[in-house]
Design a protein around this ligand. Structure first.
Ligand code: ADP
Ligand code: MG
Length: 456
């Protein structure tokens, strides 16, 4: 099968090495690893896409490519395995979808009982649903079919969808394994898969899906093309990633885990009993100033029970809100997100896992009511706002007792060029002091792994 569809346009091929380096620097400091990496493209017309796809891109209002798209699309269109790391909201989905459609259109059409050709795996159900939706405008234009398969929803419906045939399956790893086993393998097989996506890969591994992902990937032909995307990619993840991707091009835009500069980050040291009043103040400011503007807020808490308790309190104060977390069934979670996107209620309360990857344009305020306990989680949570060039504000509450978490949060602030507030500095210094005195273990390094990001 063919996977290389890219010929460098002559104006790009003619650039000197220094010019290319300069272009990458201008495009949010793109860093690359790997041999023969194509030059970033500057226009959609340089990507070697068909007119139908270009039409969809135009209709979606994507005037220019984002930095990750400019580098990743020609890399992937060249048939290369690719690791793409770029900030939240920078258009990574389109960076793997658009080359996938090109790839699929080039393959022999599916016969009965065949499919899919493109397999997209995500750590959460919500993200699978969102990517499936993102596919829709292209599917129509290109005459392709996609099925979304995730746990928690009736497997029967997914089985009948698959039986009707689909070039694309968007899924969570657990459900794929179930479907592979279903009906002696007559529902789903991976024989025709030649394009694999691991989205939010670090969290997928973090959540303990690694064995499942590897089991699936190992059933797919080894000459497949595999691409992996995330906003954060800790060094420790590299060896895992390389098990799934041979000889990849690695693209990093603007550092490994950096908060988008469009987001104003505020971090406040507050005791538990002072949080609620402050939250009311934040919401009060937002919803009185912008009374006519359609703005949304997202509040993160650590535990399911806390989400429901806060929901009651906010409702009593007159804020229509809903909550999502692992304790709710999937149909509820999906419809809550849909209603939040549609603007039916303005405030959503969530645990980290449930809101991963969520893309809501009107989201202006993120509040970490409970501080996230590691850097990647912080970056992802605040990255629900400030998307696609919009601005946003993220307010994080941290208690005196959470000095350990202050270390990572301060690091994230510094890396994104923001000032670390004095009270937070004090917490960090205090924590380091305790470490020196042998009263605490060091923070960091293992941060983000061992299931710490799980929805409790
Ligand atoms: P992430 O990098 O976090 O995966 P998404 O792929 O969800 O980000 O994209 C964030 C938003 O940006 C989406 O609403 C998407 O439609 C929009 N978007 C993607 N590419 C472009 C582009 N080239 N121009 C403008 N908006 C874009
Ligand atoms: Mg994404």
């Amino acid at each position: 099968f063919r996977k290389d569809f890219y010929t460098e346009p002559s104006d790009l091929a003619g650039m000197t090495e220094a010019e290319v380096a300069n272009l990458r620097l201008e495009l949010d400091d793109i860093k690359i690893r790997g041999s023969n990496v194509p030059t970033p493209v500057q226009k959609w017309s340089q990507c070697g896409l068909g007119v139908q796809t270009l039409d969809v891109v135009r209709k979606l209002g994507y005037e220019s490519l984002t930095s990750i798209q400019a580098q990743a699309i020609p890399a992937i269109m060249s048939g290369r395995n690719t690791i793409g790391v770029a900030k939240t909201g920078s258009g990574k989905t389109a960076a793997f979808l658009i080359p996938m459609f090109r790839h699929i259109k080039d393959q022999r059409p599916l016969a009965a009982m065949e499919g899919p050709i493109g397999l997209i795996m995500t750590p959460t159900r919500e993200l699978a649903v969102q990517i499936h939706k993102d596919c829709k405008p292209y599917l129509k234009a290109l005459n392709l079919r996609a099925v979304c398969a995730y746990g928690g929803a009736p497997i029967k419906d997914q089985i009948s969808d698959l039986k009707r045939g689909a070039e694309i399956v968007v899924c969570t790893p657990g459900r794929v394994l179930d479907l592979l086993a279903a009906n002696s393998g007559r529902v789903l097989n991976l024989n025709r898969v030649t394009y694999v996506v691991l989205d939010e890969a670090d969290r997928m591994f973090d959540m303990g899906f690694e064995p499942q992902v590897m089991k699936i990937v190992n059933r797919i032909r080894p000459d497949r093309q595999t691409v992996l995307f995330s906003a954060t990619f800790p060094k420790s993840m590299e060896s895992l990633a390389r098990k799934a991707l041979t000889n990849p091009i690695e693209i990093t835009v603007g550092g490994r885990s950096v908060v988008a500069s469009e987001i104003t980050q505020i971090v406040e040291v507050r005791n538990e009993d002072k949080k609620f009043v402050r939250l009311l103040e934040l919401l009060g400011n937002l919803y009185s100033d912008d009374a006519n503007e359609d703005v949304r807020s997202l509040i993160f808490v650590e535990r399911q029970e806390a989400a429901d308790a806060l929901l009651q309190e906010l409702m009593r104060k007159g804020y229509p809100c809903m909550s999502i977390h692992g304790g709710k069934d999937q149909i509820d979670r999906d419809s809550t997100i849909e209603d939040f996107k549609a603007g039916i209620f303005p405030v959503l309360i969530a645990t980290s896992v449930a809101a991963r990857g969520l893309d809501v344009k009107q989201l202006k305020l993120v509040v970490n009511y409970d501080a996230p306990n590691h850097m990647e989680d912080y970056v992802h949570r605040v990255g629900r706002t400030g998307r696609a060039g919009n601005t946003g504000t993220a307010v994080t509450f941290i208690t005196e007792e959470q000095d350990r978490y202050a270390v990572d949060i301060a690091k994230a602030l510094k890396q994104s060029g923001q000032e670390v507030p004095e009270p937070v500095k004090k917490l960090v210094d205090g924590f380091h002091e305790k470490v020196r005195a042998g009263k605490e273990h060091k923070a960091g390094n293992n941060a983000g792994f061992g299931g710490k990001g799980l929805d409790r």
